[in-house]
Design a protein around this ligand. Structure first.
Ligand code: TYD
Ligand code: MG
Length: 454
């Protein structure tokens, strides 16, 4: 019995019964493709027609040992994983093409293999010679990693069942091809079927499976958001092409803290760990500079000082530009609106550029006040005193809200030689950080106090 066709959006994974040019769920254009049903079983039969087996029930107090972890020896990777790989887990590593996913995973494969984990690296993208050349360049050619170049999922699974590895790396999920699904490799149905088979294999055999996924220019794992829901851990590898720094970020982790980051530097011999990244995203300027403000941030469990740079200039265009790198464009618009509405500082007719130094992307609203400070400092051409960090969230009313973990942010700033902090009234922290602290109730107060001359 043929099922009516189903359609799926390649951007958000929403399904619908009919094709349309624009996805109702996410608004993307031309993203909807037909997909074959996952299994051809009779879908109309109700589950109630046959009885299932009884499931064993336990209580919440049942003692469970923490999952055993296997470390790669690459500290920054192990940190993001939550301490190492957990058996019977599936991990998705997403990132732009060319960002360094294959490099990272080949190094990781060598790390795990060197520590006794039987490791299989399956590439559907590159030829064996290419991978061996990369391995030589990375200095891991002697690592006991088994290499395969294959795309047929059935063959791969058969091989895995026979080889019984502890870790399998699939590079990339978009190249895998399941012959029971009638769709082209890279299509949503294929990617979903392949991810399903491989995660099921991970659970069934107690293996750790790493799936590499390319992301689209919209910043999503190409095709299926659904893969994100199937796996235990989703890591994104990000960074700007022109910068040497790469951030591996856990956006979902069933076995560790989400939002944890690992910092790497791309060198001629692969990715090098940056174990103390806190000072990395500062420009190390000696003199105060207008438009530049240091934000005391937290990434995952780790404090990180970041320099924000703004440029504000009269616009030659009818519509002024708003350009932002490393921070949310919507959030920038909000801060500009609050500055205008609550503090009477107009930005109309002015081009605004905002940049997070070092190619880092920050997502914390805690950076609001630092962004506002950078914008004001650029607009007024007045620099904040050197050695000052800024933190605080801005509400639409213009009030400043305290942020989490203020104490560790301040301690990190002090450790890196900063002497002063500007933060919201009501922020809670101990007194042993050694910074001179200025507390601000609201944005208007901050503007008056810091940029009074403007
Ligand atoms: P790659 O791991 O192939 O990216 P992905 O798998 O995410 O598509 O990395 C490709 C880039 O990394 C390429 O532009 C070259 C650069 N690279 C180095 O700078 N140093 C190295 O040692 C290696 C192996 C790659
Ligand atoms: Mg690759």
């Amino acid at each position: 019995m043929a099922r009516s066709p189903s359609f799926v959006c390649n951007e958000c994974g929403a399904t619908s019964r009919k094709w349309s040019g624009r996805c109702d769920a996410c608004g993307a254009w031309n993203s909807i493709t037909e997909e074959a049903p996952l299994s051809a079983g009779p879908a109309s039969k109700s589950l109630g027609s046959r009885r299932g087996a009884a499931i064993a029930l336990t209580d919440l107090a049942a003692r469970e040992d923490p999952p055993p972890r296997r470390a790669s020896g690459i500290g920054e990777l192990d940190r993001v994983l939550g301490g190492g790989l957990v058996p019977a887990s599936a991990i998705l590593v997403g990132g732009d093409p060319g960002i360094g996913k294959s490099t990272l995973l080949l190094q990781a494969a060598a790390g795990f293999a060197g520590r006794g984990v039987k490791t299989l690296y399956v590439s559907g993208e590159e030829a064996g010679a290419q991978i061996r050349m990369r391995a030589a360049r990375l200095g891991v050619a002697r690592a006991p990693v088994s290499l395969a170049t294959a795309t047929n999922l059935r063959d791969i699974l058969t091989t895995l069942e026979a080889e019984k590895p502890g870790l399998v790396i699939i590079d990339s999920i978009q190249t895998m091809w399941a012959d029971h699904v009638e769709a082209a490799p890279g299509s949503v149905s294929q990617v979903r079927a392949a991810a399903h088979e491989l995660t099921a294999f991970a659970k069934r055999r107690g293996v750790s499976v790493v799936l590499v996924g390319h992301v689209t220019k919209e910043g999503q794992i190409a095709g299926p958001r659904v893969v994100e829901h199937m796996v235990d851990t989703v890591l994104y590898f990000e960074g700007e092409r022109g910068h040497q720094f790469r951030i591996l970020r856990a956006v979902k982790n069933r076995f560790g803290a989400a939002d944890e980051i690992g910092v790497f530097e791309m060198t001629g011999a692969g990715l090098a760990e940056v174990a103390n990244p806190s000072a990395l995203f500062l420009s190390g300027r000696e003199a105060p500079a207008p438009g530049s403000v240091v934000f005391a941030g937290i990434e995952g469990t780790r404090p990180l000082l970041v320099e924000l740079q703004a440029l504000v200039a009269p616009s030659p265009h009818a519509q002024a530009r708003r350009s932002v790198l490393g921070w949310d464009a919507g959030r920038l618009a909000m801060i500009l609106a609050v500055l205008e509405a609550r503090c009477g500082i107009p930005f109309a007719g002015l081009d605004v550029y905002l940049n997070v130094a070092g190619g880092l992307k920050i997502r914390e609203p805690a950076a609001d006040l630092a962004v506002a400070a950078a914008l004001l400092s650029a607009r007024e051409d007045a620099a904040l005193p050197l050695g000052t960090v800024v933190l605080g969230e801005i509400s639409l009313s213009g009030a400043l809200r305290p942020v989490s973990q203020t104490e560790s942010r301040l301690k990190e700033a002090a450790k890196l030689g900063f002497g002063a902090a500007i933060l919201p009234q009501g922020s809670k922290f101990g007194s042993d950080h050694g910074l001179s602290v200025q507390k601000m109730p609201d944005l208007a107060g901050f503007v008056g106090e810091i940029f009074a001359a403007g």
